[in-house]
Ligand binder design. Structure first.
Ligand code: 5GP
Ligand code: ZN
Length: 121
């Protein structure tokens, strides 16, 4: 979709800090992290929201998410991870994405995304 910010990121028209990429998904750092290591798992084809997500893509995302979980635990040592899928008015970008948000106890101050990206890439 021409006016979709995530389609533009996927096409390389907008830069992103990419953690992982294959023919089905792209994973990149959230520009405004809720916590250190906040990333987005985004299918490359334009899927508006979870109701349009096909089983094949969902299964692939599930597989990638488990690999990302291992990497996040290895590099960032969080206490847990929240997986968030916003819908309706809570979904601001209308291209399906799964948030992967590491969490820390006690809560850590948010540091520059580049510092975290250097640990994850
Ligand atoms: P939503 O509310 O749609 O679930 O969340 C959209 C997320 O996309 C937000 O966490 C926001 O910070 C992130 N985001 C929006 N625009 C950009 C962008 O241009 N680049 C990156 N990396 N993240 C973005
Ligand atoms: Zn899109």
């Amino acid at each position: 979709m021409d006016d979709c910010v995530f389609c533009k990121i996927i096409k390389g028209e907008i830069p992103s800090k990419t953690i992982y990429e294959d023919e089905i998904v792209k994973v990149f750092m959230d520009i405004n992290p809720d916590d250190n290591g906040h990333m987005l798992i985004v299918p490359k084809k334009h899927i508006a929201d979870f109701t349009e997500l096909d089983d094949e893509t969902a299964l692939h995302i599930n597989k990638i998410v488990k690999e990302l979980k291992d990497k996040v635990y290895d590099r960032l040592n969080p206490d847990g991870i929240r997986f968030v899928n916003n819908y309706g008015v809570y979904q601001l970008v209308k291209h399906y994405h799964l948030h992967l948000i590491p969490c820390y106890e006690p809560k850590q101050p948010i540091v520059d995304v580049d510092i975290i990206y250097d640990k994850l890439k």
